[in-house]
Design a protein around this ligand. Sequence first.
Ligand code: 3PG
Ligand code: CO
Length: 555
Amino acid sequence: QNAWKLADHPKLPKGKTIAMVVLDGWGEARPDEYNCIHVADTPTMDSFKTTAPEKWRLIKAHGSAVGLPSEDDMGNSEVGHNALGAGRIFAQGAKLVDSALASGKIYGGEGFKYIKQSFDNGTLHLIGLLSDGGVHSRLDQLLLLLKGAAEQGAKRIRVHFLTDGRDVLDGSSVGFVETLEKDLSNLREKGVDAQIASGGGRMYVTMDRYENDWNVVKRGWDAQVLGEAPYKFRSAVEAVKKLREDPKANDQYLPPFVIVDESGNPVGPVKDGDAVVTFNFRADRMTMLAKALEYADFDKFDRVRVPKIYYAGMLQYDGELKLPSHYLVSPPEIERTSGEYLVHNGVRTFACSETVKFGHVTFFWNGNRSGCFNEEMEEYVEIPSDVGITFNVQPKMKALEIAEKARDAILSGKFDQIRVNLPNGDMVGHTGDIEATVVACKAADEAVKTIIDAIEQVGGIYVITADHGNAEDMVKRDKSGAPQLDKSGKLQILTSHTLKPVPIAIGGPGLKAGTRFRNDVPTGGLANVAATVMNLHGFIAPDDYEPTLIEVVDN
Ligand code: 3PG
Ligand code: CO
């Protein structure tokens, strides 16, 4: 109990109501026509920067600042919210898998030994996102794992891939499949029966999250496990090229397909005695499939046939649920998060977003842990997301509803921290629809206004920040920063996140006079926010937390 006690802040009082707002996918970039935040009418966010510059700054949200392997790695919501909530920088999944593969330790681990039991008589199935985006998975890691598994004795391997187009350029799927095919044919030359068995676009097949739409996972199950899909092809490269010919098609939403042999039979349904590895390191979009693969009791869709398999995740995706029970690489141990500390120090918390980002302000925020720390102190509210649409048709999403829930929670007096994620900039930014993203940014800005108005009413404090960039840059650029065109002269739309820093603003009537950003943490990043917020709640952060961004000067 005592280990959890935080020291009092010498200058900042306790008991203030704090709104902690994360604008998803809201970075700071040059103001041009492809910067949707700049184009959009965003008076609230603009006002922080212009009216109180000592309470506005930029912080790093990508690369090493959030535990990613390199400075070329864009930020993402998982690592961003982990850093925001945990107040420290942990080597993240991407990096942990890199080192486990490089050292070969992955092959000596419990998880690999477990799946190895299939190698004599069964097939090893690898399911995951085919991408070099480094957000959920990486192609180079898949290729190393394939090679390693073959060296370790896997004789029959089937790859079930999901095409990306969301963390990478749309259309890049073809090149990734070609690369994969080349490696598989190398393996075949060495006598390993290795081939692609199925595929589909990540947003339509398998990679749903937070139980938004189980149909997505079912489509994947049917193709990957049962070997059934509306499209059948002899080759995966042909499949992706053909399916992309539809003018409305894109990598994110390709329909499911299976690869069939000369007699038209699927080459890789999952059978008793096989092993399955889900090779994504990131949890949110693999957890649902992991449940379908692992749970004996499962009622989310009819699995039809439940093969007895050896299943392992690349990582363990949920530390609280211990899901999956077998995994190749141990996940980062993100413990002693700010949420857990604050609960132990009497801070009552309300967290809210809509389904597609709900786990970001709960699960990721709390170090990849499901559920509350203390149900009496915390309330987590999920607003159901619209299902079965791409968010460019509904760019306002549930921003208003989230803001109203936050406002009510603020005015209720029942909570000390009201934490929300506003998904618009990110979810609409990922569609690549510039006009819709402009509408999205405006909606997010209006939601911020509603929340800070409530904070005004109760004499509270607001902290407004973001988890990574997205909506502030919608085109791929060359080195000089000029928008890049593809071979046909078309603008290359950037659906992914960016390497940009994100803003953080503090304010509100409850903010003690003289509180401002320090100027001696110039490299501050998302991990510095937790200590900052602890200060605003009247506490000093634990010693091993990244330093606070604020100071209080007496005037
Ligand atoms: C996704 O999962 O939607 C993208 O790959 C990353 O977006 P997020 O990190 O903002 O969730
Ligand atoms: Co995103």
